[in-house]
Design a protein around this ligand. Structure first.
Ligand code: SAH
Length: 471
């Protein structure tokens, strides 16, 4: 998402405001942008200042001078916000994922609500001024929530390091601790760092493109405590594999599944196509709302188990499923949403693009003795028209797309089928607001309920209840 296109002021008359890199000026911060950065205006030209907060007065130092915007860093904080707090992680301003850790939590929650308003202001779906946006539902303790750590593995000064890239670069920051991770994901990660170092397993080097281990992924199923470890490698070969697996078994009893994913070459994607089972079970089991879910390495699961409960409760509340309903669970993942409602509806039909996730969803229906749910592999935009042409009638629809939002083709199909009950679960207010433009030709937005799935970040999840409009 490019926030530089998101500002509210016309920039035509500000093009002649020239600044130079390194130039300093005082600036009052007016609000936060979609990436959590402070926004002020220097001679009416928009200026983005990461880690500055609304109401603060800073001396800004220009780091980028674009004809349309200025980017600057805080040189001096002249007047701090009363809501500024000390970040729990000392690297919070160096790597991505901690953009709001310096802002008190109640204000983070308010910011996420405002993000939705900003997105609606930009796209202006029908009636947007009148939408009810409920206060964001947050966590009591907004730390130690992430069930998955996916860290790059590199050598730094002759030692194995595991962490995230410094913002805007490929320099790794070694993360020895991390306040937002569920603790076991970090202890397993740090033990893996030690093991890789002890066994001298070659670590990938981006310059020479040599070495083997690129990434380590640790995912915990919070409800059962099972941990899956996935080692992503440059080659199928994993030197010292037997010793490594032996050591994992002895030293990391919480690890119940060890997988290897092979991602050769310099692809910008973290995961490759091939996943091999190395030890233990080939998946872990998570519990959500009393149901058991098998979870494969490649399958998506919400990152915050505590708030997933809240998100699904809100989805149920917005949907109000009933016995006679046929429910479509689009973007089903491993089937969590649809299966949670299966006993309240006549049948569930789901589609999902990742084959492993669909296999999990089918297995999950079976292991929970649910016989009224069916899943298909495919994109929602391809499967939906096929179902409609086959005469499938459905009353209720939940869509839970990735950040890119709904495909235009799927929106057309939804407007053709016009289900009575319709809930849009979004993880990106911008694409949500964009999609609401065509959807509000047929539906009214009854309300929007933001749920904070990712404290300390600017990410915002929102449940939208849509009802067919009377017009
Ligand atoms: N509802 C699930 C998953 C939501 S995440 C849950 O709550 O856990 C979005 C899912 O959509 C991912 O599993 C992703 O693999 C899948 N996906 C991405 N693009 C898709 C498309 N065009 N059609 C169907 N599924 C898609």
């Amino acid at each position: 998402m490019n926030n530089h296109q998101n500002h509210r002021h016309s920039d035509r008359q500000h093009k002649d405001v020239e600044v130079e890199i390194g130039q300093r000026f005082p600036l009052t911060i007016k609000r936060l942008g979609i990436n959590g950065e402070g926004i002020g205006y220097y001679q009416r030209k928009i200026c983005f200042v990461p880690f500055a907060l609304p109401g603060e007065v800073v001396v800004a130092e220009v780091t980028e001078a674009d004809p349309r915007f200025i980017r600057a860093k805080i040189h001096k904080l002249r007047k701090p916000s009363p809501h500024r707090v000390e970040p729990a992680d000392d690297y919070a301003q160096d790597v991505g994922g901690f953009e709001l850790e310096h802002l008190a939590y109640p204000q983070q929650l308010e910011f996420k609500r405002d993000l939705i308003r900003q997105a609606l202001d930009k796209f202006k779906p029908t009636g947007y001024h009148g939408y009810t946006i409920h206060p964001t539902l947050g966590m009591d303790m907004p730390y130690e929530y992430r069930n998955k750590a996916q860290f790059q593995i590199r050598m730094i000064d002759g030692h194995v390091a595991a962490g995230l890239y410094q913002s805007g670069s490929h320099d790794l920051v070694d993360l020895e601790s991390c306040s937002v991770q569920i603790p076991v994901t970090m202890t397993v990660m740090r033990d893996m760092v030690k093991l890789i170092e002890e066994l001298e397993i070659p670590v990938y080097d981006e310059k020479t493109k040599a070495g083997i281990i690129k990434t380590v992924v640790v995912r915990v199923a919070d409800g059962t405590g099972e941990v899956q470890l996935t080692i992503i490698t440059n080659t199928p070969k994993l030197p010292h594999k037997h010793q490594l697996l032996e050591q994992i078994e002895q030293r990391l009893p919480e690890v119940t599944s060890v997988m290897q994913n092979i991602n050769p070459g310099t692809s910008p994607l973290v995961w490759g196509d091939e996943t091999i089972h190395l030890a233990g079970n080939d998946a872990i089991t998570e519990m959500i709302g009393g149901l058991k879910f098998r979870l494969s390495a490649r399958a998506f699961l919400q990152l915050n188990p505590e708030q997933t409960k809240v998100l699904y409760e809100q989805t149920a509340k917005a949907l109000k499923p009933s016995r006679k309903d046929t429910l479509i669970d689009a973007y089903a993942g491993i089937g969590t949403i649809g299966l949670s409602f299966a006993n309240q509806v006549d049948q569930v039909l789901g589609m999902e693009v990742i084959p492993d996730a669909v296999a999990d969803a089918k297995y999950n229906a079976e292991q929970n003795n649910i016989d009224n749910a069916q899943y298909e592999v495919g994109t929602a935009e391809k499967v939906m028209p096929r179902w409609l042409n086959d005469g499938v009638n459905f009353d209720a629809l939940v869509v839970d797309p990735p950040r890119s939002g709904l495909d235009g083709g799927l929106i057309k199909e939804i407007l053709r089928a016009k289900p009575e009950k319709f809930v849009y679960v979004s993880c990106n207010p911008s694409t949500l607001a964009r999609d609401l433009v065509p959807l509000t030709k047929v539906y009214d937005v009854k309300y929007m309920q933001p749920v904070d799935m990712m404290p300390q970040t600017p990410k915002c999840e929102v449940v939208v209840k849509l009802v067919k409009s009377a017009k």
